[in-house]
Design a protein around this ligand. Structure first.
Ligand code: AMP
Length: 228
């Protein structure tokens, strides 16, 4: 299955994607994480995208699509893929449709985590991420308790440069202008499920897993029923 997790920056995509892929044993394809790895390793791609990321702007579509296409060549995608932070523009959504079609697949489910802007600004002002593994925490709502990989004691937690308030406002504006049409694209295709993204993290995770389960069962039912 291919599932796309949509939502504004700070809507909880990263947190939920980590839990859901851990539970299902799926590949977690997070374009933001991929870019940050390139940035940290100072690859040519990393140097190319640094300015966009620091300004809170989207990296151009051709660069982003090429990077995701390369990621989808890895064998671990066979178990199932959860896309996190991709696609963020209509052009990326169409490119993903084409890419998956070339593999005989499609986007089976798009989950939109709906969180009001005021809650996002509040959340991102307290967000902390691990510099080593990208695990997200929150100073008040989700303070560091234990390393998910059992490797550190929280000494690598930092505030992301693009979580500064001014940059957050720019990223939110970008979301409404460029990513909201992607939500509408999946609604039109008939694969969209909207989940209210405020409330206990575990309850939201359960709602996502239920949506995945329902989609898998619908697909199995359609196979049993055969072509109409
Ligand atoms: P994220 O961690 O998903 O919030 O992404 C951090 C930054 O990486 C974004 O503000 C963009 O600069 C860049 N980025 C991540 N995913 C994409 C994408 N699908 N398209 C364009 N830029 C992206």
């Amino acid at each position: 299955m291919n599932v796309v997790l949509l939502g504004a920056p700070g809507s909880g995509k990263g947190t939920q994607a980590t839990t859901v892929t851990g539970r299902l044993g799926w590949a977690h394809v997070a374009s933001g994480d991929l870019f940050r790895h390139h940035l940290k390793a100072q690859t040519a791609l990393g140097r190319q995208v640094e300015g966009y990321m620091n300004r809170g702007e989207l990296v151009p579509d051709d660069v982003t699509i090429a990077m995701v296409r390369e990621r989808l060549a890895q064998p671990d995608i066979a178990a199932g893929v959860l896309f996190d932070g991709f696609p963020r523009t209509l052009a990326q959504a169409h490119a993903l449709d084409t890419l998956l079609a070339s593999l005989g697949q499609r986007v089976d489910l798009a989950v939109y985590l709906d969180v009001p802007d005021e809650a996002i600004v509040q959340r991102l002002s307290g967000r902390l991420v691990c510099r080593e593994c990208e695990a997200p925490f929150h100073a008040q709502a989700n303070p560091f308790a234990a390393c998910p990989h059992g490797k550190c004691a929280g000494e690598h937690l930092v505030r992301r440069a693009d979580d500064e308030p001014e940059t957050v406002r720019r990223r939110l504006a970008t979301f409404h202008r460029q990513t909201a049409p992607v939500v509408e694209h999946y609604r039109a295709v008939g694969v969209l499920v909207t989940i209210h993204g405020e409330g206990p993290v575990e309850a939201i995770g359960r709602a996502i897993l239920e949506a995945v389960d329902d989609t898998a069962q619908d697909a199995a039912g359609a196979v049993r029923a055969g072509p109409r």
